[in-house]
Structure formats: structure tokens, C-alpha cells
Design a protein around this ligand. Structure first.
Ligand SMILES: *Cc1c(COP(=O)(O)O)cnc(C)c1O
Length: 398
């Protein structure tokens, strides 16, 4: 009986990918081993985070880095760092921002549920641009001048959500922000692979960049990375780390926390509720090394073989398949299954629901249901799971 079954929870076949709702990415054996080794000894967390910073600097080309509680935690800490800097009074006050600038400008089309992560620190969002293309009312997307027109003395920074086709380009937003002395906080949580993005996104000059550790990096699900300017990463670290020490004894690693910036030792900061364990830090760093070195590429042929097997098995079903090819060579393809609703007598939504409700439950990608598409992402699959997946697909689609 699996450890989940002992708890009365049925393990699923995950054809949906590294999504948070379904438990994130599968951790490689090296990562699990690193987690177990890290649990066997104690270390001061600020020294461990300084070591993490050195590794993150190597792979991102930034000045400093911090292992955070998910990319969402990185966004919250990044916003907190921008709001307070090293100002002890402000650090103590968060998330109340009375008396200092707390507005972050964001393109309306980049807003999502992850806004909470930025607002949680005390920021308020000021929207610019429209969503004219979606509302079928125009042809243009957000433009740089719109950010500039929204800057006031209350502006603390700009939030930017990175995607392949984000508009305007990040480097143009960074140039505008820097011309006004403002920092840019980038949500790049799901932008890996390509692994080149580890360096390319910070290379735009963005002040802070957030990556998820529990998606394609395959670290612990609740880890993330905040990297960028040393001064800001330092302010973020100060607000996350436990501060229960005497000023006379406090000796933080200089490369991560610039003690000279502080007139006293702050108490636990706003980010204390976003703590990360030593095991998670070590496991994430191990996964980051694997990801950045390209070791995961060796699995790409296997992923394609698994998807081909699914597609071949559906040749007689009331559906057609298409392989969605990856945009970069270090990404994997995704198989799209188009349901012939008229022939089958049920919609893609019906099939998706039935798959979830079966035994074992099967979860497929659900982003294209309204267009009659199921998606099969191979990253959490293996041969046994694929056999179960094929059996259930055939039962629902023949
Ligand atoms: C996944 C995701 C996040 C949150 O990342 P976690 O590591 O799960 O906290 C934030 N923003 C975007 C765009 C994401 O896709």
C-alpha cells in the first residue's frame, strides 16, 4: 500500500505536468538524497543562504540570490525588499505602508491570482494598458509610455510577468523604470526551460527576478528563487530569516546581509512566515545544478517515446492527435488530443471529468477544453502510468 493510500488518499496518474495543484515536479533521486543528508546536521540558516546565493549567482549572473518559499514567496519578499530597503522602521511596519511609496505599476493584461503575492507585502497595484485584443475592441497591447504616464511620487516599482510574448519587452520596461530610479520585479516563475532564461531574464537589467523551484527545476515543491541586486536581496533575506539573536553576537555573512546598513538588529520581519528549511535549500541547490547543467535533457527522447505510445494507441478512438512541438530544444513536446464531441457524444470537459473520477484518477492538461482539446504533458509520466493512462483514455473515448 502506498504511503498515500495509508492516509486514505488515492495517488493519481499525472498527465498534466508540474502543476502545483497536483504536487509539482518529480524530484530526482539526487535531490531526495541531498534532502536526507541535509536533515542529518544543523547549520546557521543565514550561512546556508549565503552559500545558496553563491550558487544562484553562478547560474543566473546576478549579484545575489535567496532560496524562497516558492516563486510566490519570492514575489512577496521581493516586493517587501523594494518597499522597505534597509529602513528598520519600514521593515517593522509592513504590510502597513503608511508614509512611504507603495504603488507598483503593472500591465492590466499581466494581472492574475499571483498578484496576491505582491499585494501581501503591502503594495497596491496600479494598472496600465488595456486588454483590447481579448475584448475584441482593438489591436494594441500595453505600451511603454503608459507605464511612464502612471509614475507618481507614490510609485515604488514596476511588476512584470514574463512570458514568451509579453508586451512590451522587459528590457524596454527596465530602461524606462531605471530612467525614473525605479526597480523592476519580474515574475518568471514558469519560464524555465529554456535554461538560458536563468541568465537571459536577469540580463535585461531587471532588479529582482523570481523563479519557481518546484516546477521544471524539480526541487522541493515549496521552493523558489529570488535573485538580482545585492542590496534588494539583502533586504529580502533580512525580512525572511529568523532574527532571534543579540546584536553583540549577530554576525551575518557579509555577502548576503550588509550589517553596516542596520542601526540595530530588526525583529522577525514580514517574511518570517515564508520560511524555508535547510533541507529544502540544499535540495533546491542540488536540483538547480542538475537543471542548469542540462542533465534533464537526457529524458527528452523518453518523453517523446511515451507520447508517441499514447498517440499510437488512440488511432482507433473518436479523437485525433497532434504533437505540440517545443519552442526550444531543452523543452519537451506536449500531445494534444482533439475530442470529436459529435461522434463521441461527450465533450472534452465530460471526458476530463470522467478521467478524474475513475480509478486510478487520471489528470490531463485542461487549458484547451473549451476548444475540445486534452493535453498530455509527459514530465510526471513513466511506462506504468502511460499504460494506465491509455487504458482510461480508450475506455472514455471509444
Ligand atoms: C507557478 C507560478 C507562480 C508561483 O510559483 P510557486 O513556485 O508555485 O510559488 C507564480 N507566477 C506564475 C506566473 C506561475 O506560473
Amino acid at each position: 500500500m502506498s504511503i498515500y493510500q495509508q492516509l486514505g488518499v488515492e495517488p493519481i496518474i499525472n498527465a498534466c505536468g508540474t502543476v502545483t495543484r497536483l504536487g509539482g515536479a518529480p524530484m530526482p533521486a539526487e535531490v531526495l538524497d541531498a534532502f536526507a543528508q541535509a536533515a542529518a546536521e544543523s547549520v546557521p540558516l543565514e550561512h546556508l543562504q549565503a552559500a545558496a546565493s553563491r550558487r544562484i549567482v553562478d547560474v543566473t549572473g546576478t549579484e545575489a540570490g535567496l532560496v524562497t518559499c516558492g516563486a510566490a514567496g519570492a514575489l512577496t519578499l521581493g516586493a517587501a525588499a523594494i518597499l522597505t530597503g534597509h529602513n528598520l522602521a519600514r521593515i517593522e511596519k509592513l504590510p502597513c505602508c503608511e508614509g512611504f511609496p507603495n504603488e507598483f505599476i503593472i500591465a492590466r493584461e499581466q494581472r492574475s491570482g499571483y498578484d496576491h503575492s505582491v499585494r501581501a507585502a503591502g503594495a497596491t497595484l496600479v494598472e496600465v494598458g488595456f486588454n483590447e485584443i481579448v475584448s475584441n475592441a482593438g489591436v494594441r497591447r500595453t505600451e511603454v509610455w503608459e507605464y511612464e504616464a502612471a509614475i507618481t511620487p507614490h510609485t515604488a516599482g514596476i511588476v512584470y510577468v514574463h512570458a514568451n510574448d509579453s508586451c512590451p519587452q522587459l528590457q524596454d520596461v527596465v530602461a524606462l523604470a531605471h530612467a525614473h530610479g525605479l526597480p523592476v520585479l519580474v515574475d518568471a516563475a514558469g519560464e524555465l526551460p529554456p535554461r538560458s532564461n536563468l541568465k537571459d531574464i536577469p540580463a535585461t537589467g531587471a532588479d529582482l527576478v523570481c523563479f519557481s523551484g518546484g516546477k521544471a527545476i524539480r526541487g522541493p515543491q515549496a521552493t523558489g528563487i529570488l535573485c538580482g541586486r545585492r542590496r534588494l536581496v539583502s533586504a529580502a533575506a533580512m525580512q525572511m530569516l529568523d532574527m532571534d539573536d543579540h546584536l553583540e553576537l549577530w554576525d551575518p555573512p557579509e555577502e548576503l546581509i550588509d550589517r553596516s546598513q542596520f542601526k540595530g538588529i530588526p525583529r522577525h520581519g514580514f517574511g518570517r512566515s515564508l520560511k524555508v528549511s535547510k533541507e529544502e535549500v540544499v535540495a533546491l541547490l542540488t536540483a538547480l545544478d542538475l537543471f542548469a547543467s542540462g542533465v534533464y535533457d537526457r529524458q527528452l527522447t523518453e518523453y517523446r517515446r511515451l507520447l508517441d505510445k499514447v498517440a499510437d494507441s488512440l488511432s482507433g478512438a473518436k479523437a485525433s492527435c497532434r504533437m505540440l512541438e517545443p519552442l526550444t530544444p531543452d523543452r519537451w513536446p506536449v500531445l494534444e488530443i482533439f475530442i470529436d464531441a459529435a461522434a463521441l457524444g461527450k465533450s472534452a470537459m465530460d471526458v476530463c471529468r470522467a478521467l478524474r473520477g475513475g480509478s486510478p484518477p487520471v489528470y490531463v492538461g485542461h487549458a484547451g477544453l473549451s476548444e475540445g482539446r486534452l493535453q498530455i504533458n509527459p514530465i510526471c509520466l513513466h511506462d506504468a502510468a502511460v499504460s494506465g493512462l491509455i487504458k482510461r483514455l480508450l475506455e472514455e473515448m471509444s
